[in-house]
Design a protein around this ligand. Structure first.
Ligand code: ADP
Length: 421
């Protein structure tokens, strides 16, 4: 293994794994903190997907260190701590405390902070993080239920989460190339800056930064900063050129879609699937909660559909219906009821011969993957930006695509199958 990645959530892990895969590294995604002493599978890069963005700081640190140990034991030469491109965190963390712990474990003297992802409109200018045309604190992230972002200055945001000084490499330096960046980083190190925010306005800047930090043992950032890393390993003669597969050979078997996402993009995708005549069953969360609808019935319905077409089982609904269900069950119970039902349904579907599965929704994906006891995913071709097909390496014969709610074009549920052979 060349590169080890510790990602603070599941769909973020898939995002960075896809970035590395597209840049020519064979990448695996491992789900959850590895148990002490457990060996990781062999690949150019391994991404450990944690759920450490919003859990208690001590737990996030412990899981991240466990992931780091496993990655080092597997031979990782460089560790990337991957967080969201909108720096999702609270004043307490978890980005600062996790980065501090990794820095100490790795004996790193300096690490960059670069959540920039220009292709998705996240850019950094003079250390300020922008989402499209507005600073982070004016974007919809200001109202996020768990991690409301009320500041956009990354030096201040990180400064509130760590005792270490935080410096800046501005775009004027990044524009001059990798050796100028290295020189500025060394100057900042001499001034005591353990963390350095790096400006990045476009992919060219990310490539320069990737080159400049080839020797850093610890990096922190969004999936964008991964873009320039594979080239370092190729230049060092450690990584052969690998073509990115455009298709994935999938086990023969039935195809199905499970959707617990109520996001706008998913609802448009469901509308397109219904219009195309895909057999569909809408699940009623209240009936699930009172036990009058059961996962076994959902699976039996799905497996009774014609085998030559994908089927769709969904609970996705518009905001008013979701609010009404949440009024009756409570927000948490509504979510858990649907997630548990879909996890069990997925298990029954795979036992019944489904080998190609699309799952819509971040939390829903987490629940389904857990229900299927999947530990490792091999990253395959990209269906739409940020969403690859993946193959289960250590579980049932299955290919699966985990779609974060707002990702994917309206025809996602129709076209995804074209990438499978
Ligand atoms: P997204 O990625 O679109 O946010 P998630 O799966 O992360 O999707 O979150 C959707 C949440 O809503 C899940 O907890 C899911 O169980 C819950 N949910 C799904 N359908 C309904 C519904 N009809 N009413 C209430 N909650 C629902």
């Amino acid at each position: 293994m060349l590169l080890g990645v510790i990602a603070d959530d599941m769909t973020g892990a898939t995002d960075v794994a896809l970035m590395l895969n597209r840049a020519g590294m064979r990448t695996l995604q491992v789900i959850g903190a590895p148990a002490p002493g457990a060996a990781l599978p062999e690949a150019d890069a391994v991404v450990v997907a944690l759920k450490s963005r919003t859990n208690p700081v001590a737990e996030a640190v412990a899981d991240s260190l466990a992931a780091c140990e496993a990655l080092l034991a597997a031979g990782a030469r460089q560790i990337l701590f991957k967080y969201c491109s909108t720096f999702d965190s609270t004043a307490q963390g978890n980005i600062g405390p996790v980065a501090d712990a990794l820095m100490q474990r790795l004996g790193a003297s300096q690490a960059i902070i670069c959540p920039a992802f220009p292709a998705n409109g996240r850019s950094i200018f003079q250390g300020w993080l922008f989402v499209g045309e507005v600073p982070l604190h004016e974007s919809s992230m200001k109202d996020h239920p768990l991690t409301p972002m009320r500041d956009s200055n990354l030096m201040r945001l990180m400064g509130a989460q760590t005792q270490h000084p935080v410096g800046l490499v501005a775009h004027s330096v990044v524009s001059q190339g990798a050796s100028a960046v290295r020189q500025r980083l060394a100057e900042l190190a001499a001034e005591g800056a353990r963390y350095v925010v790096t400006d990045a306005l476009d992919n060219g800047h990310l490539m320069v930064l990737g080159e400049a930090i080839a020797e850093h043992v610890l990096l922190t950032g969004g999936s964008g900063i991964a873009m320039g890393l594979p080239e370092n390993f190729r230049k060092a003669g450690l990584l052969p050129w690998r073509e990115t597969a455009t298709h994935l050979s999938a086990p023969s078997g039935r195809a199905g879609i499970i959707s617990g996402s109520c996001s706008t993009a998913t609802r448009a995708q469901i509308a397109a699937a219904l219009a195309a005549g895909i057999p569909a069953l809408k699940v009623d969360p209240l009936a699930l909660a009172e036990g009058s609808q059961k996962p076994a019935e959902l699976a039996a319905w799905a497996l009774a559909q014609p085998a030559d077409s994908p089927f769709l089982v969904y609970s996705s609904d518009d905001p008013a219906e979701v609010a009404s269900v949440q009024d009756k069950l409570g927000r948490e119970r509504a979510g858990e009821t649907v997630e548990h039902a879909f996890a069990e349904t997925a298990r029954l579907l795979v036992a019944g011969g489904v080998s190609r599965l699309l799952v819509a929704g971040g939390e829903t994906s987490g629940a389904v993957v857990q229900g299927l006891r999947v530990r490792t995913l091999e990253i395959g071709p990209e269906i739409d930006p940020g969403v690859p097909w993946t193959r289960v390496v250590d579980g049932p014969e299955l290919v699966v695509a985990l779609k974060s709610g707002n990702f994917g074009a309206p025809d996602f549920f129709l076209k995804a199958w074209n990438l499978l052979r």
